[in-house]
Write a protein that binds this ligand. Structure first.
Ligand SMILES: [Zn+2]
Length: 199
């Protein structure tokens, strides 16, 4: 199967952040396809993104940790502007990050702080994903990394629009679907409101 990502999309994020977008898009909700559904597939994906060395092993527990981390990152991005959901999303991310990827702080002689992993294999690979979140969270680029507002899609995209107001991965598909849905909802509401109430 060719994923949407392999089809080529114009919403590539800046270096460092792009790995997060690609990681989230290993799941295609609309196509019901998950690229990280088993250990060998996770190994292939991590190796092709230079996160895992040849010969490093991957097991089913690693798959569960990777998927949990991926969905936790998606939830953080999706729910960040919703006060009723943002703290649950942050807590879920903290738990997923802790169990997937222990990290420690390192400072260089020129005072650059880095989060590093002393582990190998999948914990090191997932630690690099978590470190990418830590390095970018709160930056202007981070605000542009978004999850499509269509709940059936939730595709990760980088919003290149000058005003940063993009809500959908693709206006022609998800944007129009959402607009059509709201239009239908308004029509139904208007029709219901115009029905005279019987005493
Ligand atoms: Zn979408």
């Amino acid at each position: 199967m060719v994923t949407r990502e392999q089809n080529g999309k114009p919403d590539v994020a800046p270096e460092g952040l792009e790995v997060l977008r690609l990681f989230m898009n290993t799941r295609d909700l609309e196509a019901e396809f998950d690229e990280l559904d088993e250990a060998t597939h996770l190994a292939t994906w991590l190796q092709s993104h230079e996160l895992l060395r040849a010969g490093e092993t991957v097991d089913q527990a690693d798959v569960a940790k990777a998927v949990r981390l991926r969905e936790a990152i998606r939830a953080v991005l999706r729910d960040r502007s919703d006060p009723s959901r943002a703290s649950a999303a942050a807590a879920a991310f903290n738990m997923a990050a802790q169990s997937a990827a222990p990290l420690q702080v390192e400072i260089s002689p020129d005072l650059v702080i880095k989060l590093v992993s002393t582990r190998s294999g999948v914990p090191r690979a997932l630690a690099r994903i978590v470190a990418a979140v830590a390095e970018h969270a709160g930056t202007p680029c981070w605000e542009r990394l978004k999850v499509c507002s269509n709940p059936d899609c939730q595709w990760a995209f980088y919003d290149h629009a000058r005003n940063k107001t993009g809500r959908w991965c693709n206006m022609a598909t998800c944007g129009n679907k959402s607009k059509a849905k709201s239009y239908r909802r308004r029509q139904v509401e208007a029709a219901t409101a115009s029905i005279p109430k019987t005493p």
